[in-house]
Design a protein around this ligand. Structure first.
Ligand SMILES: CC(C)[C@H](C(=O)O)[C@@H](O)C(=O)O
Ligand code: SF4
Length: 474
């Protein structure tokens, strides 16, 4: 064990310092950090590749760089040419760039294609103790493996491409300890929505969050990924969970995971990453899992959430002026009145998918509720797997048939209705229950209204037509 007790984040950081910045405290210069894995998608890479081309540079480590197509993918027919010109150009540009610079790319429809944050873990590329970056804010997802995983800007994307390093200032650390156990029907999505409601969308600013405690330890890897995914919605730089047997079980045997003696050696070193007992965090938050119930958002940021069993809050009752004004504006945009029971809010669309909740366990949860039911009259339901492999597995397990039998649309892999960059969009005034991670104005299409929910709530809502949990179906 190290002499000075360290947190998980500090250990991973220290293992990646190439050059330590001079100075002390706030005046400390950034460190130069080595990057183990660089994930690339079509939206944030074109300028970076252009920059390299202009400077006459190549990629420092094409072998540590992987690209996929996700944001602009039409999920209704992934094998047809993309109709939208902007999307098609974006995807064609990625293909040309990857070819020119020697980057491995999973194109639309390939069995390994999917949302960037779903395919990294799925391929075993994301591993404990790594530094993972991508020009995408939800890169925090990969922190569920005990890696420092961050979204970066386009100029940083170019820097990583050229040097495989990044110049970074150390973060502050925050422990989010979740004691107890989640009740049946309460998922990691409810937990993270409750965390963000508690600390606020700016509560994590400048921090790496480490989720710990009994309730976190009991979660599957996929549930942990949902939590780390949304760290960014609390304003954090990254979210992390220490690796344990659940992590190793998930990772073992995946295509890029170490094998044989290398695997054993890796596990020994990964076991040393956990935060030392005496390590000190810059900030600590405690949550009691036992008290949580299904949680949904009513407003236009992920922190504007409340228990499903409660009512739309009254802005007038909010002491903080900023909060009050933001709630007033949100309710107006959302077309909601204070005091309305949340369970009475009717939706037009249910979206299951995204890098938050587009994995196989999410689809299983949805199918378990939908089986033997029909999607309510007048409600459109999209079920969009996060990757083509998730789709294949869901088909093999008969989940696809359950979705179609219930009247849902069973799609191919992509970001889909998580954001309005492809044909899957809400029209103005339409309201959705969505398993994605962002609910700001227009996120799912201009004028669209989004309620963030768990997969279980999404499924029950599809059946009843109003925001509901499976318990309401009895
Ligand atoms: C397009 C991309 C840059 C963006 C992100 O960084 O998160 C997107 O994935 C999102 O979820 O809004
Ligand atoms: S699924 Fe949504 S949040 Fe995730 S990368 Fe795609 S657009 Fe961003």
């Amino acid at each position: 064990m190290s002499e000075t007790p360290k947190t998980l984040a500090e250990k991973v950081w220290d293992q990646h310092v190439v050059v330590r910045g001079g100075g002390e405290g706030g005046a400390r210069e950034p460190d130069l950090i080595y990057i183990d894995l660089h994930l690339v998608h079509e939206v944030t890479s074109p300028q970076a590749f252009d920059g390299l081309r202009l400077a006459g540079r190549g990629l420092r480590r094409p072998d540590l760089t992987i690209a996929t197509e996700d944001h602009n993918v039409p999920t209704a027919d992934i094998f047809a040419p993309i109709a939208d010109l902007v999307s098609r150009t974006q995807v064609d540009t990625l293909r040309r760039n990857c070819e020119e610079f020697g980057v491995r790319l999973y194109p639309m429809g390939d069995l390994d294609q999917g949302i960037v944050h779903i395919i990294g873990p799925q391929l075993g590329l994301t591993q404990p103790g790594m530094t993972v970056v991508c020009g995408d804010s939800h890169t925090s997802t990969h922190g569920a493996f005990g890696s420092i995983a961050m979204g970066i800007g386009t100029s940083e994307v170019e820097h990583v491409m050229a040097t495989q390093t990044l110049s970074l200032r150390p973060f502050k650390t925050m422990a989010i300890t979740v004691d107890g156990e989640l009740a049946p029907g309460v998922t990691s999505k409810d937990l993270i929505l409750a965390v963000i409601a508690k600390i606020g969308t700016g509560g994590g600013q400048g921090y790496v969050l480490e989720y710990r405690g009994e309730a976190i330890r009991k979660l599957s890897m996929e549930a942990r990924m949902t939590i780390c995914n949304m760290s960014i919605e609390a304003g954090a730089r990254a979210g992390m969970i220490a690796p344990d047997d659940i992590t190793y079980e998930y990772l073992k045997g995946r295509p890029h995971a170490p094998q044989g003696a290398d695997w054993d050696a890796a596990v020994v070193s990964w076991n040393e990453l956990a935060t030392d007992p005496d390590a000190v965090f810059d900030n600590e938050v405690h949550i009691d899992a036992d008290t949580l119930t299904p949680f949904v958002t009513w407003g236009t940021n992920p922190g504007q959430g409340a228990p499903l069993g409660s009512t739309v809050p009254d802005p007038e009752a909010m002491a903080d002026e900023g909060e009050r004004l933001s709630a007033q504006k949100a309710l107006q945009y959302m077309g909601l009145e204070a005091g309305t029971p949340i369970r009475e809010i009717a939706v037009d669309t249910v979206f299951v998918g995204s890098c938050t909740n587009g994995r196989i366990e999410d689809l299983r949860a949805v199918a378990s509720v939908l089986e033997g039911h029909r999607v309510a009259e007048g409600v459109r339901m999209l079920v969009v797997p996060g990757s083509m492999r998730v789709r294949a597995q869901a088909e093999e397990e008969g989940l696809g048939d359950i979705f179609t039998a219930a009247g849902a649309e069973w799609r191919q892999a992509g970001c889909s209705m998580c954001l309005g960059m492809n044909p899957d969009q809400l029209v103005a005034g339409e309201r959705s229950a969505s398993t994605s991670n962002r609910n700001f104005e227009g996120r799912q299409g201009k004028g669209g209204r989004t309620h963030l929910v768990s997969p279980l709530v999404a499924a029950a809502t599809a059946i009843r037509g109003t925001l509901s949990s499976p318990a309401d179906l009895a």
